[in-house]
Ligand binder design. Structure first.
Ligand code: FES
Length: 184
């Protein structure tokens, strides 16, 4: 996704209504509390959080841009650089590491020809290692869009990459997929 400029950044009327509804759930003067949720909305809308997008969010919440940058760069769920259509977020926390996450990451890196944090040349896949995703009992695991893929093996990785390659947008958006056999 290409870089957006400040003048290109704005939510649709419908989305703005939703954002204002979220902001309105917090008491006057506490609009900053809506930041996490508004950043999710912004990332879903613009694909990633560029500086113009983060500045726009700051204006909506009446806070300083630095306050938005701090949050956006702290949490791995936010992307502050362009990403592919499918983000493969592999958990790298203790239990997943014990169950072989490191090997899974290396396998994906070799298979896709990218390193952690990089995107394939065709713009389909981004590989990201992230902290615990709360599915420790199903380690090793990764998240792609709204989906969790658990008890990963190299064969499962092959299968899910193949399926996402065929239909990256539908799968990424969490719609019905043909990934049933790739699930745990
Ligand atoms: S350690 Fe991987 S999901 Fe918790």
């Amino acid at each position: 996704m290409s870089e957006t400029t400040h003048s290109q950044v704005s939510f649709s009327d419908e989305l703005l209504k939703e954002v204002n509804r979220v902001i309105g759930q917090f008491p006057e003067g506490k609009q900053k509390s809506a930041l996490i949720r508004v950043l999710h909305i912004a990332q879903a809308e613009f694909g990633w959080l560029s500086v113009p997008v983060m500045d726009y969010v700051a204006r909506l919440l009446h806070i300083q841009p630095i306050e938005v940058y701090e949050v956006a760069t702290f949490y791995s769920m936010y992307d502050t650089k362009p990403v592919g259509k499918v983000k493969l977020e592999v958990c790298r926390t203790g239990p997943c590491m014990i169950e072989g996450a490191e090997k899974i990451v290396k396998y994906i890196e070799d298979k896709l020809g990218i390193q952690d944090g990089e995107t394939t040349a065709d713009g389909i896949f981004t590989l990201k290692t992230v902290e615990c995703l709360g599915a420790c009992g199903y380690a090793p695991m990764l998240q792609a869009g709204e989906k969790y893929h658990e008890h990963l093996t190299e064969a499962k990785v092959d299968e899910l990459i193949e399926a996402y390659r065929k239909n990256p947008v539908a799968n990424y958006m969490g719609q019905e997929t043909n990934l049933n056999s790739a699930k745990s």
